[in-house]
Design a protein around this ligand. Sequence first.
Ligand SMILES: Cc1cc2nc3c(=O)[nH]c(=O)nc-3n(C[C@H](O)[C@H](O)[C@H](O)COP(=O)(O)OP(=O)(O)OC[C@H]3O[C@@H](n4cnc5c(N)ncnc54)[C@H](O)[C@@H]3O)c2cc1C
Length: 429
Amino acid sequence: MAEEKFDAIVVGAGLAGTASAIAMARKGLQVLVVEKGKTPGSKNVTGGRMYSHALAKLIPSFWEEAPIERWVTKEVITMISGDDALDVQFDAPSMAGERVSFNVLRAKFDPWFAQQAEKAGALVACDTRVDAIWVENGKVKGIVTGTDKFAADCVVLSEGANTLLAEKAGMKGPPNPETLAVGVKEVIALPQETINERFGLKDDEGSAHVIMGSFTRGVEGGGFLYTNKDSVSFGLVIPLAAGIHGKQNVYDLIEDLRTHPHMQKLLKGGEVREYSAHMVPERGWQAVPESLVRDGAVLAGDAAGLVLNTGLTFRGMDLAIESGRLAGEAIVEAKAAGDFGAEQLRSYERAMDDSFVMKDLKKFKNASAVIGNPRMFTTYPEMVMDILHQLYDIRGEQQRPSKVVERTVRKHVKLTTLAKDAMMGRRGM
Ligand SMILES: Cc1cc2nc3c(=O)[nH]c(=O)nc-3n(C[C@H](O)[C@H](O)[C@H](O)COP(=O)(O)OP(=O)(O)OC[C@H]3O[C@@H](n4cnc5c(N)ncnc54)[C@H](O)[C@@H]3O)c2cc1C
């Protein structure tokens, strides 16, 4: 039996759900957020770098109180082949002052973010799983949790990558292993001074690392490392299909990466404090459902497939926050119009089309073909290391760099293949 009717019920106190709750509660809507974790963030896994812009639209001076680990001032791309490694490093201390992006631990960040929703007037109920979406006569009427039903004019489905409820509500098709990836992450404790020294950072400066190469044993995927205050978040992401088809076990791959001599220089002596695994909708534009709305419900964040991996950057958190805010604003408009039907809620889809979220997903819609090219993980790292060995391993007469490059490229890859990959790269990036 329905006990109380809310203007909106939000499923999941992740980034998308909480952002929508803040937007709605601030405009006086009665909002209930239902979260299955004991606390917000307790079930959430992220690599660890959030771009600030979407959060700043919602909470302009968020840095004054948000639990930020470090401001990213250093970007590192690491290529690994065998025992060899090449770091390309971009050091930009000014990015700290400009507050472009920061490293974050969700177990700390999400409770703070949920408090902002509570301060705005939303009710956040943790340790409560939504078991089903309550649908009557083709309209979403609320949620079902245990034996209770809670009624709402609109439900925000922001349950993350595991879209059981959205599928049941007919807003998403069944999970497709080809569009999903699995990420594993370790939080490794290291003293603050050790992190500063090893990574070349000052106290509030942080680094963000993407790692690619032979450690994935030919599987498309990559590693990441983000520096926190007194720990590092370290892990990797590979396609779910690679695990399912028995190609590789993600746990073996992370072990290989952690014990690689180059990574050991950064991680040695660290103590694994947490271990977690989670799915990621990784195919960008291809993973976004045709519609984000139906009568009485909207989809936001990972539940809508809003993650963008370009190989250089990995973004889901800013997309989740922006989509949550825009979903919340559309529901506020629907409340003013007294109409929560799909046609009215399409203002959310229009706002999304105009936002950086859909623009970026569309712009990089071919990126997955580039980062899914197996040569990126085997042939090219091997070729680069071979070139560098020949350039720097001088034991007498020195070779001309142009000749080394030409000869070694031909040794590793056919020129027609190289041209094809370059074309694909141009289209994807
Ligand atoms: C390994 C890994 C690394 C990543 N690295 C980055 C990165 O560095 N930068 C970046 O921007 N993005 C990164 N991402 C992606 C990013 O974490 C997600 O895009 C983002 O968390 C999505 O937010 P969300 O609110 O949509 O979902 P989530 O954060 O997953 O929140 C969903 C919430 O819903 C709750 N929930 C689910 N089902 C129910 C239910 N039935 N009842 C009640 N509650 C429910 C969950 O407990 C959870 O709290 C990474 C992801 C992974 C897995």
